[in-house]
Every structure is written in C-alpha cells, then in structure tokens.
Design a protein around this ligand. Sequence first.
Ligand code: NI
Length: 262
Amino acid sequence: MIFESHAHYEDKAFDEDRESLLDGMRDHQVGTVINVCSTVESLQKTIDLTKRYDFIYGAVGIHPSETAELTEEIFEKIRKLCALDKVVAVGEIGLDYYWKEPDPEYQKMWFERQLLLAQEVGLPVIIHSREAAKDTLDMMKALHAEKSGGVIHCYSYSKEMAAEFLKLDYYFGIGGVITYKNAKKLKEAVEYLPMDRILLETDSPYLTPVPNRGQRNSSWNLPYVAEEIGQIKGISAQDVIEITEKNAQKLFGIMTKNERIA
Ligand code: NI
C-alpha cells in the first residue's frame, strides 16, 4: 500500500469533500497518511484527523513562513502534543528564503528550537527547506540533526547536496515535481539516491503531478509519482510503492497491522 508521508488534509481546500476523499484512500491503494502541521491553527485540526481516521498519523510543528505566530505557549503545546500516540514526527519545520518573511534569523531560531525539541521527545523531523540549502545543512550539522533523523520534504536541491544530507542519514520526500518536464536537477538527484532513502509524498493540496497538474492535489495521485521514480530507477511502480512504504514505516516507527497483531 502507498505510504503518503506529507499531506495537509486540514487545509480549507478540502472543506467541500474531505470526508469522501479520505474515505476513498484505501480504494486508491493509500494505506497510511501523515498529516503535517504548518500553521498554529493546523495543530488541533491535525490531531482531530488522527482521532477520526485510523490510517492518519500526525506531525506537529510550525512551518518557517508561519513562525511569526509562534509563542512560548504554543511551543509548550507542541511539546505536549508530541506525547500523543499517533503523533509520529515534529514538522514541518525549517527555513524558507523564497519568502523572506519572517526574517531569516527569526526562522533560524524556531528551526533550532523545534529541531532540539524533536531530539528531546525522540521523534524524527520533517524539514521544509526552500532556497536555503546551505543554512539548513549548516544548522543540521551544528545541532546534530542525525540524532532525531528525519526527512527533507519536497526535496529540491542538487545531487551534490543530497550527498550531504545522506551523510546525516536523512530521507528524501519526492512528490509531483518529479513528473514535471523541467525537473532535470531533481531527476538527477533521484537517480543518485539509494531507494531505501526515498519517501513518497504529495504536499497536498499543492504540487499536483502530471497529468493532473493545475488541479488540487491529493494522495490519490501518488501512483503517477511512483511510476516516474520507477522509470528513473528501472523498477516497477509497485516496487517503488512497497519500498517507500517500508522506508516510511521505519522512519516514523509505524508498524504494519500484521506486526501489531504479532
Ligand atoms: Ni507541506
């Protein structure tokens, strides 16, 4: 089954049909979904989704572009949420210099604090890094990000940078962008990466793969991503689905149903 490692189903883009979309996941071969927080408002909404759907797990944290909303009180709330059974990661956290709001120094402060929180509570991180490769890597090295482990979500840098993140034993989230014609650099990085470091993700409602590009995204589109990765790696889409599911189960500590029964 497909393991969707990064979606935002609390987003208002799903208000109209969230229930029917989520109810249809299994019919579309999607077995597990990580709903990833970005804003303060998304924290409780994500927890609510994990309570309502057995196949949805949560990542709690604040996106770099939303850190202006962060306060000590909210940071404490995130710490408490980390103790919940179905919270499996801290994220998404990181640096976004495409939108230089808030100031990069402020983004760095909250990236550091949330990264260290993950180490403290023993959860992996989901990292958002956009046009901030060097600072992200420098901070991860300085703060020993290998202690928590995690994934660079929506990986968008070169294969040379991928080699650096690999040294920290990180995973790489690959989504719809891999199907775009102009994604040459990303295709090179995926060609280079070992299969046991790749996770499938959508970042729904964003980054819809070809042939549905332009429409709202959902995990139902992940077979197109698996197909493209399979072509690059010379394996079947089904192999990509199975390998990336195992990778994600390992990273997020989610056992399969059979293992749970045993
Ligand atoms: Ni996201």
